[in-house]
Design a binder for this molecule. Sequence first.
Ligand code: NAD
Length: 260
Amino acid sequence: MNDLSGKRGVILGVGNQRSIAWSVAEHLHNQGAELALTFLSDPKGRFEANVNKLGEKVNATLIKECDVADDNSIQSLIGALNNHWGEIDFLIHSLAFADQKDLQIEFSSTSRNGFAKAHEISAFSLLPLAEGVIPMMRKRGGGSIISMSFIGSMLAVPHYHVMGPAKASLEASSRYLAKEVGPDNIRVNVISPGAIRTLSSAGIKDFPELMRVAGEHSAMKRTVTQSEVAQTAVFLASEASSGITGQVIYVDCGYSIMAN
Ligand SMILES: NC(=O)c1ccc[n+]([C@@H]2O[C@H](COP(=O)([O-])OP(=O)(O)OC[C@H]3O[C@@H](n4cnc5c(N)ncnc54)[C@H](O)[C@@H]3O)[C@@H](O)[C@H]2O)c1
């Protein structure tokens, strides 16, 4: 049921080997999916080099720069996907951004710009990406849009700050999208992984302590792996999850169900 042979989709959010999106790409490829990958340009070209390396490993048939803070860049990606495939089965949104400074100060001191930027990149970006792929999914008779949230959307997690409301917005946006495109057999779901050591999480103050608590206070007494999150992405991209939409699925070794 998890077989993805004949399916094709795009993954945004690979930065390096520790990225959740990296593991998602490997697992989707292992199930037979054809992949397009994107990278965010950085001054040293590290993300691009990493994504190219992953692209070789998973036989990506399209690799394209995309900065979701830039409408033209999003439209350029959608144009490239239209030219390359014209039809698409899934989109993986595995990216977020908050100004480092806003994660170090008191939450009430979050700047107007920092609040807007975190929401724009981490939540709003799902909308123009969805708008772009929906017509390509309709041609396939359906599709699956998947993004990554965190329990900081529901609970006041130490130092997660502006990312909390941004993730709450991402989750709510996914429900509204799910309602809009449900009749087209397009499903929109969110995975909420537990804490994982990655480039992004390293920017959260005292993240090692957050990891320690996540392990100690989870039902399974450990933290989750990128691979376990990726397996859930495979499930949500596949027909095995055909009746599931608008959901936030926790992949956190049971951290979210514990009272302490
Ligand atoms: N690591 C964790 O503990 C954890 C837990 C729950 C949810 N998440 C979420 O998982 C997702 C992936 O994060 P990760 O932990 O793999 O970290 P990561 O740093 O490997 O990935 C984040 C990606 O976001 C991309 N990005 C940032 N700004 C962008 C922009 N303007 N345009 C395009 N891409 C941009 C970066 O290039 C990077 O590849 C994020 O949504 C994150 O919030 C992470």
